[in-house]
Design a protein around this ligand. Structure first.
Ligand SMILES: [Zn+2]
Ligand SMILES: [Zn+2]
Length: 190
């Protein structure tokens, strides 16, 4: 599967976006929203290199959180049909305008967000199309959630054989290995 630079950036952005949601599984009712304030959203936009969105306001925050909820559903979609209809709605609502660009020395690629789009529409358009690419390639199942019991973070499995089960092998994968190792030791000792 060929993944262009921009698709990769959009995938990183959408995974980061979904994972800013308050994690009630892990943190209970006190779970914090990673996008609680306009300042947090501005920080997110900077870190993910989302260009041309201007000065952000409270309404951007509300709109981005709504788009985040829809993207969370895409990662939880049971099959390509469910993912496709969610992505279609997101992309259509964003007023998408495909156009070719070779900005900043990158190879030719397509931007989907309309000129002057809000940050929410920008994310819905370009991240939506990045996810659409997986449905088209018959790879919707690569859009996953971490299997560690107290995690559930969204991630995109880009491994060759679609074998990745954890959002991060160093933390979640390793944590599970350690837990399994301890359980085996306990069994052996008991
Ligand atoms: Zn670009
Ligand atoms: Zn995880």
């Amino acid at each position: 599967m060929l993944i262009t630079h921009d698709t990769r950036c959009a995938l990183d952005a959408v995974v980061a976006l979904v994972n800013t949601a308050p994690d009630r599984v892990r943190d209970g009712d006190g779970a914090e929203d990673g996008l609680a304030t306009v300042a947090a959203l501005t920080d997110f936009v900077g870190k993910n290199d989302i260009s041309d969105v201007g000065v952000l306001a409270e309404r951007d925050l509300v709109a981005v959180r709504a788009v985040r909820d829809r993207f969370a559903e895409v990662f939880a979609a049971p099959d390509p049909h469910a993912a496709a209809s969610l992505i279609n709605e997101l992309v259509a609502a964003a007023g998408t305008t495909p156009r070719l660009t070779d900005h900043d020395g990158y190879d030719w690629h397509v931007h989907y967000f309309a000129p002057g789009a809000s940050v929410a529409d920008h994310l819905a358009a370009d991240c939506g199309m990045a996810l659409a690419f997986f449905v088209v390639a018959g790879e919707q199942e690569r859009l996953r959630r971490c299997e560690a019991p107290d995690c559930g973070h969204a991630f995109v499995d880009l491994s060759r054989n679609r074998s990745r089960r954890y959002c991060d092998s160093r933390t979640c994968g390793n944590r599970l290995h350690v837990a399994a190792y301890r359980a085996r030791r306990k069994e052996a000792a008991g």
